[in-house]
Design a protein around this ligand. Structure first.
Ligand code: PMP
Length: 365
């Protein structure tokens, strides 16, 4: 081909060409000692033997397509949340379910409203759907600024994301706050309450998603098996909400995207719910210990109800990440440039290592 006649190559949609990258938590280098990995809000506990056995048994069936509707898993989730199966949509991680919600309800010219900083997938998924992300800054206490979010609703707003507890800062939305928000927002705006870290919440004032479903016909809950249920690597999440609202979401789900082993693991995890919730309680206890130790050491940390804590060190973020990375073993965290660092609660010895390293930090706290 001559340069004079360059081939016109396929071009992506402009919204896709301009997407910000999703930054996964750091994983550590292959040639370094195993790091203390506190970068992805994963559980510090290994998989339950019963879950591994279920995955192994399901592995024998992988020449077949899985049950596309995840019938048994959907029924089990519906049971667990006290709803009908038509009110549950399962997908390949809650991030995929959210993508399907946005595909179903938004497009060019529409706005998707959420707090910022919050879960970094929100602006990316909004843009992939063709919509415009609208971000409303968190308060000084790193909480959703709900009055400002209400004020930011326009006639183009189609979906509002609420994240409770908020990733990466940790505070919850209270029941009162959710009630006030739902009372103020138009009923044709779909409100998605992302409860990815629900099992770690101990604050009794937290917004009660399932109870709220009975009161608000435009509310959908987003849940995941990736966090307290320990299945981040298998990709299972779900939405709960009114059947009529979720039918279009179900229509958008990539066929067969939740594998047979993933479905089996999620069912086995529901069978082992008590055991998994005991493990979550250990994380909650460690969270309390870490928060207390940090505050005693002069850190100002928002109240986290998730399995992570937020160190809002602003411009010192890169320096803090470097401080945690050396000496070996590196302590890997999730930085947000210029804003702060999210640190996942790990096993007790990992948290000890974190606290010891933070004690020698001479930057802002
Ligand atoms: N929502 C929030 C608030 C999250 O932090 C995450 C994971 N980082 C997710 C949803 C997505 O989780 P998954 O796709 O693994 O279910």
């Amino acid at each position: 081909m001559s340069d004079a006649h360059p081939l016109a190559l396929p071009a992506p949609r402009p919204a896709v060409a301009a997407l910000p990258a999703y930054v996964p938590g750091a994983r550590g280098a292959a040639d370094a000692p195993p790091p203390v990995k506190l970068s992805s809000n994963e559980t510090p506990h290994g998989p339950l033997p019963s879950v591994v056995a279920a995955v192994e048994a399901a592995a024998a069936g992988v020449t077949r397509y899985p049950d596309m509707a995840a019938t048994e898993l959907t029924a089990r989730i519906a049971d667990a949340v006290g709803r009908d199966a038509s009110e549950v949509v399962v997908g390949a991680g809650s991030v995929a379910v959210l993508a399907h919600i946005l595909q179903a309800y938004t497009g060019p010219g529409d706005e998707v409203l959420f707090a910022w900083r919050s879960f970094e997938a929100y602006p990316i998924l909004a843009r992939i759907a063709g919509a415009e992300p609208v971000m409303v800054p968190l308060t000084a206490e790193a909480r959703h600024d709900l009055p400002a979010m209400i004020a930011a609703v326009t006639e183009r707003t189609r979906v509002v994301m609420l994240c409770s507890p908020n990733n990466p800062t940790g505070p919850i939305l209270t029941h009162e706050e959710l009630d006030a928000f739902m009372a103020a927002v138009r009923s044709d705006v779909l409100v998605v309450l992302d409860e990815a870290y629900l099992e770690y919440v101990r604050d009794a004032s937290v917004a009660d998603g399932p109870a709220s479903l009975d009161r608000y016909p435009n509310l959908v809950l987003l849940r995941t098996f990736s966090k307290a249920y320990g299945l981040a690597g298998l990709r299972v999440g779900y939405a709960v909400g009114p059947a009529a609202l979720l039918a279009p979401v179900r229509a958008c789900v990539t066929p067969f995207s939740v594998s047979g082993p993933a479905q089996a693991a999620a069912i086995a995890s529901l069978d082992a719910r008590d055991e998994l919730l005991e493990r979550a309680a250990l994380v909650v206890a460690e969270r309390g210990r870490v928060l207390d130790a940090l505050r005693a050491d002069g850190w100002s940390v928002p109240d986290s109800q998730g399995n992570f804590v937020w160190l809002g060190v602003g411009d010192a973020t890169a320096a803090l990440v470097a401080h945690l990375a050396e000496p070996q073993p590196a302590i890997l965290v999730r930085p947000f440039a210029g804003e702060g660092v999210r640190v996942t609660i790990g096993a007790p010895e990992e948290n000890d290592a974190l606290l010891a390293r933070l004690a020698t930090w001479d930057g802002p706290r």
